[in-house]
Design a binder for this molecule. Structure first.
Ligand SMILES: [Zn+2]
Length: 451
């Protein structure tokens, strides 16, 4: 499911970035010569308008979108293509890489996106696999029990995706009825163009983004991709910045409907935002300490854990790879294996924050060195979780053990029949064996039994 989340460019990011910039500008850290800016702004607005028109019109030679009538005086097709080319050159310059092949542009109507996404998910996951995965996450405590994982992911994606780069085909998609205008369009296009550059230079198809047994590794790889694209997007935006447009853009971004994202289970929201927010901070830190060469290194040999993203010193100068961890599994005949996966440092943060550890979650999770869990379903429908984690020290293991006991106690306040926990802490190792009664769905009814 990580990969389904990965296709998006988030308006929310645009909003949070603009807000961030606004604060920075107020602090006076981004002063530029006003006259030059005014001049650039005029050029920029012309480009942006051309781009907007380009997005509203069907691409040349494509029969897949309904033709829209362009207002009189709008730029010609040639002008629109020119505007896109200009932006491509700008992205090349800012990112320091050149397109090796011409970028293919496609467009679709927003209404078509849901089907497109379902198809993408179905290429990799059966509905049963999605259910097993979401039940496993619920056993740990990461998502509410019985959550309709796929439906919730769809909702959020449908609301938040403004454009995307299809890695499988190497094509950049926009929406014909996109509500975005001006600089926001430029930012989002620049972000997606950066993904195309990454793909052409670093062969993202070969990255282990489709691995189903190490979410932590997938998140770390995604943070490199999204962090880099977000930094490029933000640099392009800063080049053409004007105070008034920035405020207008901020308003546009904030006016986007984010209700579904706001109402989504916290795990979805945090996991969705992680590659953009923490990835951006990670890439900026690499740029600061080692320049483009170090960013290049992150693409040549990407980080393998969210711990490395959160603490760049665990990536450079010396990589700290996750400690191997295999849970001790005790199963009985007739049990079915649902999942084997890694929670990771960021996953632990998200988990603890949901259960009363808002302020010390990051400090506790910082001691993470490695983990793996295996989840099973017993013949009668009970869920079993075996989870081993390795910590930096005995003290760090103890802190996590206490916090996790807390998580289960708090869960049991809400849940009847209760979850039973057996937790052993031995030196720097914590072993969890947890039994959960059959899950109930979000609406409170038991889901149909599956075999
Ligand atoms: Zn992206």
């Amino acid at each position: 499911m990580k990969r389904a989340l990965q296709t998006a460019t988030l308006l929310l990011i645009a909003a949070s970035f603009l807000l961030h910039w606004k604060l920075a500008a107020e602090a006076g850290s981004l002063r530029q010569d006003t006259a030059v800016l005014q001049l650039r702004l005029i050029c920029q607005q012309r480009d942006a308008e051309a781009l907007r028109q380009q997005l509203a019109a069907p691409p040349a030679g494509s029969g897949e979108t309904r033709a829209t009538t362009a207002p009189s005086g709008s730029p010609t097709q040639a002008e629109q293509v020119r505007a896109r080319e200009l932006l491509e050159r700008e992205v090349e310059q800012v990112r320091g890489l050149k397109f090796l092949q011409p970028l293919v542009y496609r467009s679709m109507k927003s209404a078509e996106f849901k089907n497109f996404l379902v198809k993408k998910i179905r290429e990799e996951y059966t509905p049963a696999e999605v259910r097993d995965y979401s039940r496993s996450l619920a056993m740990i405590g990461l998502v509410p029990e019985g959550v309709d994982f796929e439906a919730r992911v769809m909702e959020v994606m449908d609301e938040q995706v403004a454009a995307f780069y299809d890695q499988d085909k190497g094509e950049l998609y926009t929406f014909t009825d996109s509500p975005l205008t001006g600089n926001l369009n430029r930012m989002i296009l620049a972000h997606e163009m950066t993904h195309a550059l990454q793909d052409q230079h670093y062969h993202i198809q070969r990255w282990p983004l489709k691995r189903k047994d190490d979410d932590d590794l997938v998140s770390a790889h995604m943070a490199v991709l999204e962090g880099d694209a977000t930094v490029t997007m933000q640099d392009i935006y800063k080049r053409a910045l004007h105070w008034k447009t920035a405020l207008a853009d901020l308003q546009t971004a904030l006016a986007q409907d984010m209700g579904k994202l706001a109402r989504a289970p916290r795990y979805f929201r945090d996991m969705l935002l992680f590659p953009y927010q923490e990835g951006r901070a990670f890439i900026e830190e690499l740029q600061r300490i080692g320049g483009p060469a170090l960013v290049d290194r992150a693409f040549q040999k990407p980080p393998t854990s969210t711990a490395q993203i959160l603490h760049p010193e665990k990536f450079y100068p010396k990589r700290q790879e996750p400690a191997p961890a295999e849970p001790e599994v005790k199963t009985e005949p007739g049990w079915r294996r649902l999942e084997s996966n890694v929670v990771g440092e960021f996953g632990v943060i998200v988990l603890l924050r949901q259960y009363g550890h808002e302020t010390d979650a990051a400090a506790i999770a910082e001691g993470w060195r490695g983990d793996r869990y295996a989840a099973f379903e017993a013949a009668g429908g009970d869920g079993w979780l075996f989870w081993r984690s390795i910590w930096a020290s005995e003290a760090a293991a103890k802190r996590f053990a206490n916090a996790y006991r807390d998580v289960v106690t708090r869960r049991n306040v809400r849940r009847q029949p209760a979850v039973t926990l057996e937790l052993k802490q031995n030196g720097s190792r914590v072993d969890v064996a947890l039994r959960t009664p059959p899950a109930t769905s979000e609406t409170g009814t038991a889901p149909a039994r599956k075999q």
